[in-house]
Design a protein around this ligand. Sequence first.
Ligand SMILES: NC(=O)c1ccc[n+]([C@@H]2O[C@H](COP(=O)([O-])OP(=O)(O)OC[C@H]3O[C@@H](n4cnc5c(N)ncnc54)[C@H](OP(=O)(O)O)[C@@H]3O)[C@@H](O)[C@H]2O)c1
Length: 344
Amino acid sequence: MAEGYHHRAGSDHAEIVAMRELMNKSGVKSVDFDPMLFQNAILYVTLEPCCHVGKTPACARTIVAAGFRKVFIGMKDPFKKVNGRGIRYLKNHGIDVEVLSARSRLAEEIRSINQPFIKFVTTGLPYVVMKAGLSLDGKIAPLDGKSKWITSLPARRDARLMRSRCDAVIVGNGTVSVDDPELAPFGRYRGKNILRVVIDKKLELDISRKIFRDENVLVACADQASEKNKKRFSDAGVEFKSFGQKDVSVKKLLNYLAKRDVCSVFVEGGSSIHGAFFDQAMQNDKLLDYVLFYLAPTLIGGRKSKSAIGGIGAKSLASAVNMRKMQFVRIGSDLKVEGPIKIY
Ligand SMILES: NC(=O)c1ccc[n+]([C@@H]2O[C@H](COP(=O)([O-])OP(=O)(O)OC[C@H]3O[C@@H](n4cnc5c(N)ncnc54)[C@H](OP(=O)(O)O)[C@@H]3O)[C@@H](O)[C@H]2O)c1
């Protein structure tokens, strides 16, 4: 038995990763799939195998060539180029195919795992997760701005893992200048090439911040950035791009990230950047999809200390954003509260 998952756009799909894993486990060195190994085997996939040659070869062809007997499929691929064609290809080549009923509990779970991909292929935008570690009264930092650490170590480790599952992380210049974060992938995702995006409209940040040590960084600025600052960033070899005149348009930024094959983004604050995403999402409900908050048993208070979501916010309860589902679990001394605000 072997298993696999799709690591990132352009890399082998999950079924191919699992097949290679089985070859490794069985000590088969060949680069081709050995039919002796797969003949009569059963494959379980959360998403319909693709049948077109995109960034990788068609998985359905590989499955047929390898000689699988049966394929269980969690859901039909909503991507236009596949959308049932993979299932037909397998069936037409004599493979017994079973697709889960969309109403089953397992199918629902699989659909929720596949949310980033579904959004990406149906809207052309990355899936957006907003994360914060906050006090029980909704603050992400006290008056002195020092938020290290509101939440406990186990919660922070969990948050780092959740971040590492995404293709990109977004932070504001306020956070980079106060916290000087590295935003590195964590645990089993160490080595993953996460794109780090810093929103710094005037390109004012100090280049010696830790985040700029990494190659895979993009600074999202606005046209108002001065030529002097642009030169400073260019000279340091830090990539930057404007996404608006005065401010960064969240929609333009997300569109651009999608073109770079970023399927999911993790927005890590601070208050003002969360506010920008939230306010723009109230005009366009495809700009924010999931909320992940770690609530600490601490009270910070204060009108001026930053809350999790700044910006303008909802004008009335009627226009407030409601979560579609909410889950919570205790991690360390904190409560992890999460759920989608949009389901695809
Ligand atoms: N506990 C946590 O989970 C957590 C996470 C991150 C940060 N923090 C804390 O939060 C604090 C930082 O929050 P913050 O609100 O000051 O900083 P921030 O959100 O990181 O960045 C603020 C900057 O972003 C700009 N900005 C906002 N929307 C923009 C847009 N659409 N386009 C371009 N620029 C935009 C703001 O400009 P304007 O001023 O013009 O709006 C401001 O210059 C720190 O104390 C940090 O420790 C806590």
